[in-house]
Write a protein that binds this ligand. Structure first.
Ligand SMILES: Nc1ncnc2c1ncn2[C@@H]1O[C@H](COP(=O)(O)OP(=O)(O)O)[C@@H](O)[C@H]1O
Ligand SMILES: [Mg+2]
Length: 329
């Protein structure tokens, strides 16, 4: 307002002129801060000389303003009411979700503990089966005919396979149970170290992009690379000029690490099953395995707040991509 801070003056509007004068100056005496001191003014309104209907205009204007104000307050009240209701509903839903989540987590923990102890307990009788069939094969094979020896051989290989399954299951459970210890990891170094321990039966041209780094749990990331690189080696066993590449590319959320091979690949139609425990897209006779590896990898990646996915085609190789969530940035 133009008259602010003055003791008297005029303010012109479209319909007329307001004249004002301070009535009592003592309220502001000694205080220069006008904005916080109330001051009384006498105000008079004069029509503009040319506009005869100024007062009527003002009344109309005030009525319209009042109507707009009333409508606006109604709209605000309605909106407010709706918001309060929506807030209450959202709050109730969030609370219910939290309760469900806690119950689910408890059931999950119980299941993990159960499968861990069952797997652990299964190991002892299995060791007996494997040990005694080995003793039978070594010390009493003369007492068996060729068919008997073949059966014994099958018992031993089944026992060993079951042992591998149990170990993999225990590994899967351990991944969820162990504490996440984040540190700066040289992914290229880790990949090279995993590769040197792999020793596949066929020649593989390994290529690891240097300088890959991540903020991750080194022990768990090693398990990820062991599985992805182990798979890449396994599924290139029948490929001429087998090639496996480890690298990273950037998307808007940070680095995406990948392991790419030119091996057997698979039909993307079945890609949804890849990360389920015991799920295999290839026959055991062609490529041995338990189908627990990628389930373990996915759990580790998820624990880091990341995600994993694959692209492949039959006979054209496979690429596995993963992020490590915010820790990878
Ligand atoms: N690099 C790959 N190329 C082709 N298929 C793959 C590859 N990696 C995984 N798969 C498919 O996903 C399945 C699950 O993998 P995984 O859980 O590691 O089990 P496993 O290695 O014991 O078979 C594999 O059996 C295979 O069918
Ligand atoms: Mg595997």
């Amino acid at each position: 307002m133009r008259g602010e801070g003055q003791s008297a003056g005029t303010i012109s509007t479209g319909t007329g002129r307001f004249a004002f004068a301070a009535v009592d100056r003592s309220t502001s005496a000694g205080n220069p801060d006008w904005s916080i001191r109330p001051r009384w003014y006498a105000v008079a309104f004069h029509d503009l000389p040319k506009t005869g209907g100024g007062r009527t205009d003002l009344a109309g204007f005030l009525a319209a303003a009042l109507a707009v104000l009333a409508l606006a307050s109604l709209a605000i009240a309605y909106h407010w009411q709706r918001r309060v209701e929506a807030d209450a509903k959202a709050w109730e839903l969030a609370e219910r979700l939290e309760v469900d989540n806690r119950a689910l987590a408890a059931v999950n923990r119980e299941l993990e503990a159960f499968s861990y102890s069952v797997s652990h307990d299964l190991r002892t009788p299995l060791r007996s089966i494997d040990g005694f069939s080995l003793a039978l094969a070594e010390d009493h094979s003369d007492a068996l005919d060729p068919e008997g020896r073949r059966y014994l051989e099958r018992i031993r290989s089944a026992a060993q396979r079951m042992g591998q399954l149990i170990d993999d299951l225990l590994g899967l459970a351990r991944v969820t149970r162990s504490e996440l210890r984040l540190q700066s990891v040289d992914v290229s170094d880790l990949a090279n170290s995993v590769i040197s321990a792999l020793e596949p039966d066929h020649a593989v041209a390994w290529q690891v992009q240097p300088g890959l780094v991540a903020e991750a749990d080194a022990r768990l990331l090693r398990i990820v690379l062991e599985n992805l690189l182990g798979n890449a080696a396994k599924f290139t066993a029948r490929t001429k000029d087998a090639r496996v590449t480890v690298g990273s590319r950037w998307d808007q959320d940070g680095p995406v690490y990948f392991v790419r091979d030119n091996g057997a690949g698979f039909d993307m139609e079945h890609a949804g099953r890849l990360f389920g425990a015991f799920q295999r897209l290839h026959a055991g006779e062609d490529y041995a395995g338990t189908g627990v590896g990628l389930a373990t990898v996915q759990r580790i990646v998820n624990r880091h707040g990341g995600r994993i996915w694959a692209e492949a085609a039959p006979g054209q190789g496979a690429s596995f991509f993963f992020t490590l969530g915010k820790t990878g940035k």
